[in-house]
Design a protein around this ligand. Sequence first.
Ligand SMILES: O=C(CO)[C@H](O)[C@H](O)COP(=O)(O)O
Length: 237
Amino acid sequence: MSIAKENAAQAALEFVQDGMVLGLGSGSTAEIFIEKLGDQVAGGLKVTAIPTSQRTAQCAIEAGITLLDPDRVDHIDLTIDGADEVDQVFQLIKGGGACLLREKIVAQASRKMVVIVDDRKMVETLGTFPLPVEVDPFCLGVTAQQVYDALMATGCEDGQTVLRQMKDGSGPLVTDGGHYILDCRCRRIPDPVATARALAMIPGVMETGLFIDLASTIIVGEVDHAKVLEIRRETSS
Ligand SMILES: O=C(CO)[C@H](O)[C@H](O)COP(=O)(O)O
């Protein structure tokens, strides 16, 4: 277990209050947080949660956290999630774990999003990590070309897309929502807002891993402590 990720996850517990409805992110850092949250719940903390993936749901159940039916939830107080890259104004690339659609639905519905990362995830400009784009399998070639064109038109240094495969080589990875993931080698995304907008116009694109103006707190774990960085955001909820 990475000590930096663990320090970030530990610091995130400070944001959790009794009675909250939590959004639980996906990935290894989020799972460390869920385990720690489970310890708090065992000690008497009362929270309920919405998971952003089947794997997260499983982890939360094992940790003793009560899950809500996502179809019935009317608000989410706080979401805690990891990220693959975070830039200077807290725009994110997410989706390394292929959960970006549900992660974004939950983050966008939350009053606050806290992101927990180790210090290697902090970047000057987004794009070194390949941008995950969740797409409908129908007419995949057409969508992939449109994604390439949108990336190039918005100034990305590259736009090549690779269809994400299952680790066991059994075929394309299928997300919890039944879609595919195109990993886009952008190298540099100079205008994440423009790129996110352009990708959102493509009918075959279900969602992109660009999380724009969603995170208001980034907790950066290092080997011996965690730094809490804040930015002011207007929330709609
Ligand atoms: O977006 C994600 C999953 O879709 C993860 O939060 C992201 O990939 C970071 O993962 P990790 O905490 O394992 O480094």
